[in-house]
Structure formats: structure tokens, C-alpha cells
Design a protein around this ligand. Structure first.
Ligand SMILES: NC(=O)c1ccc[n+]([C@@H]2O[C@H](COP(=O)([O-])OP(=O)(O)OC[C@H]3O[C@@H](n4cnc5c(N)ncnc54)[C@H](O)[C@@H]3O)[C@@H](O)[C@H]2O)c1
Length: 252
């Protein structure tokens, strides 16, 4: 195998979670190695073992994506241990709580924006700083259908995901005309811990998540397949896209 035959190294943040796990396993099929970053060390290790069980090479790192120091450090570690990052799934995120806006806790709002917006910004900043001099690489940010519509009871989350889409579009413009691409995947409700938590809180708080429209939940691998497509050469002309994966929920 020559250097040009090498497949990219992939990095997945929030790789220990339900969607992150599916992304890591899917990207392992098109990568030389996959780095799994998560603040939950045990979850990251478990996903790394799954990748290795499937014959792939994996590296698990425990870090907080909302910390600039952690982000600089894990990106340095991934490139030192595995090689240049060619695919970056900027996926870590938290849901906050379900509460009407007039009762939404300030500290929760701040933390949701810290992880979902600052975390995505820091990942973009530090990975692009390495991809731009190399002139290659693809990034897929995990936004949500909450990036393009309101959702009752989810003020922090909706604000944060609108911001993720704004960051995606800005980064896409900045790399326009190069071989680097930045896109967003926008999942609707996916069968996962996060959606079970939100639906549980919605029942408890009598806040009408159901007002947001009913659609069958997707599966984490439905999201992972689109991330893999957007990260691949098949999507060479796709930059700045907001790719909805919701079974048609948002066209209603
Ligand atoms: N589950 C859904 O229905 C759904 C729908 C749309 C978008 N999303 C988005 O998909 C992404 C993944 O969500 P999921 O459903 O897999 O949820 P999840 O809670 O299963 O996974 C999220 C992972 O991110 C990690 N994480 C959280 N904060 C972190 C931090 N500061 N630093 C490092 N890691 C951190 C968690 O430990 C967890 O493993 C999120 O950005 C979420 O907003 C999920």
C-alpha cells in the first residue's frame, strides 16, 4: 500500500453515546483508525472495543469538548498517535432540560450552549487549523431538526442547534474552493438515551414535546450512514449542507 492508498483517520466526539457509537462503527469501515472522544471514559472505551472487535483500529480519549485546553490536547493526541485527521464527526451534545422558556434555568441554558455551541466551535477551530494547511479533510457537525424549527420546552437546545447550523455555514464558506468540506446532519428523534430522557421529562413536566409532531423514531445508524456519505468523496460537491434525517417530520 502506498501513502496515497491510505484511508483517512476519523475522529468522533460524543463517540460513547448512541449516535456517536453508530458513527464510530460506520466510519471504521472507511478509515484507517477511529478516535473516540467522550467525557464518559467507560463509554468511549466500550465503543473503542467494539471497533476493535470488528477488526478496526481505535483510540479512546476522555475529554470535555467544552474545554479549549481539552480540545487542543485531544486533537494533538489523535494526530500524534494515529495520523492526520481526515474525517471529523463533531457530534458531542447535551439536551439540557424540558421546561417552558419562562421557567428555563439560566445555568442549564449556559451549560447547553457551552457544550453544544462552544464545543462545536472549538472542535471546528482546532481541526480546521490542521486541515487548512493540508488542504484536505471533511467535517460533519451533528445539529438537529431543532436547528431549523422551534420545539416547545427546549429553549437551550433549540438555540444551541440553530447556532451549530450557523457555525457550519460559516466554516463551509471559509473553506469554499478548497478540498475541505463542512456539513451538518440534522437528525429528528432517534431511538436513544437522549430522546428517552426528553420524552420522560416531557411527560413529567407536562410540556408538550408531542406538539412538535409525531414521526417514527429513526435509528442511530440512519444518522451514521448520512455522516459517512457526507464525509466521503461521493459528496465531493456538498459543502455547507444541512442534511435532515427525520423520516419526513419537518416537511409536515
Ligand atoms: N437522540 C436524538 O434523538 C438526537 C436528535 C437530534 C440530534 N441529536 C444530537 O446527536 C448528538 C449525539 O446525541 P445522542 O443521541 O447520541 O446522545 P447521547 O447522550 O447518547 O450521546 C452524547 C454523548 O456525548 C457525550 N458528551 C456530552 N457532553 C460532552 C462533553 N462536554 N465533552 C465530551 N463528551 C460529551 C456524552 O457523554 C454522550 O456519550 C448530540 O449532538 C445530539 O444533540 C440527537
Amino acid at each position: 500500500m502506498t501513502a496515497t492508498d491510505r484511508r483517512p483517520v476519523a475522529l468522533v466526539t460524543g463517540g460513547g453515546g448512541d449516535i456517536g457509537r453508530a458513527i464510530a462503527l460506520r466510519l471504521a469501515r472507511m478509515s484507517d483508525a477511529v478516535a473516540i472522544v467522550d467525557r464518559d471514559e467507560a463509554a468511549a472505551n466500550a465503543v473503542a472495543r467494539l471497533v476493535e472487535d470488528g477488526g478496526g483500529k481505535a483510540l479512546a480519549i476522555s475529554a470535555d469538548v467544552a474545554s479549549a485546553r481539552d480540545t487542543a490536547a485531544f486533537i494533538e493526541t489523535v494526530e500524534a498517535r494515529l495520523g492526520p485527521i481526515g474525517i471529523f464527526a463533531n457530534n458531542a451534545g447535551i439536551e439540557g432540560v424540558v421546561a417552558p422558556l419562562h421557567q428555563y434555568p439560566d445555568d442549564t441554558f449556559d451549560r447547553v450552549l457551552q457544550v453544544n455551541v462552544k464545543g462545536v466551535f472549538l472542535g471546528l477551530k482546532h481541526v480546521l487549523a490542521r486541515m487548512i494547511p493540508r488542504g484536505a479533510g471533511t467535517i460533519v457537525n451533528t445539529a438537529s431538526t431543532s436547528a431549523i424549527r422551534g420545539r416547545a420546552g427546549l429553549a437551550g437546545y433549540v438555540a444551541s442547534k440553530h447556532a451549530v447550523l450557523g457555525l457550519t455555514r460559516t466554516a463551509a464558506l471559509e473553506v469554499g474552493g478548497t478540498k475541505i468540506r463542512v456539513n451538518a446532519v440534522l437528525p429528528g428523534p432517534i431511538e436513544s438515551r437522549m430522546i428517552r430522557e426528553l420524552e420522560g421529562q416531557s411527560r413529567d413536566n407536562a410540556v408538550a414535546l408531542r406538539r412538535n409532531g409525531a414521526a417514527a423514531h429513526g435509528r442511530p445508524q440512519d444518522v451514521a450512514n448520512i455522516v459517512a456519505f457526507l464525509a466521503s468523496d461521493e459528496a465531493a460537491h456538498v459543502n455547507g449542507a444541512a442534511w435532515v434525517v427525520d423520516g419526513g417530520m419537518t416537511v409536515a
